[in-house]
Design a protein around this ligand. Structure first.
Ligand SMILES: [Zn+2]
Length: 159
């Protein structure tokens, strides 16, 4: 099966959200102090602890100038304060493997390839992603939460 790597979450988006409380479009990044829930941080790609501070903001994993109708924006969480970037990109992170996920494949024009969409248990997601990336037409795979449809991470073939 194809080796893959998890694309790091952009550090500039994290910095702007934490220091200026803005999303990539200049909208508000909401600071949620002492949140009573855990949330999947897209930067360290771990679940936060209940009672910790969170940031909630709008994000898109697509290029800002993507003409694709599938290049949607949606809500993500980040740790409210400094956290380390995800360090093992050859493996899917805990925020994927611990929940049911929606897996979507996209071609080079950012068009979603409907025949390759899956709902999977997170523990099986690595196998699904590796198989999808064996298809020449698949450029990238996005993993989202199954229940709420929120973007978790992007995966591509290992370089
Ligand atoms: Zn984090």
């Amino acid at each position: 099966m194809a080796a893959f790597h998890v694309i790091p979450f952009p550090a500039d988006v994290v910095r702007a959200a934490r220091s200026q409380r803005v999303d990539p479009w200049g909208g508000a990044a909401r600071f949620l102090p002492a949140a009573d829930r855990s949330a999947p941080c897209r930067h360290c790609m771990s679940g936060t602890r209940p009672g910790g501070d969170l940031l909630l903001l709008k994000y898109s994993p697509f290029a800002a100038d993507s003409p694709s109708p599938y290049a949607e924006r949606g809500p993500i969480f980040l740790c409210g304060h400094d956290c380390a970037p995800y360090a093992t990109p050859s493996r899917l992170p805990e925020i994927v493997t611990t929940r049911q996920v929606n897996i979507r494949a996209y071609d080079a024009a950012d068009l979603m390839l409907y025949a390759h969409s899956h709902i999977a248990d997170g523990q099986d997601a690595g196998d699904v992603v590796a198989r999808l990336l064996e298809h020449a037409g698949v450029r990238r795979v996005h993993i989202r939460t199954a229940l709420h449809g929120c973007f978790l991470c992007e995966v591509q073939r290992a370089p």
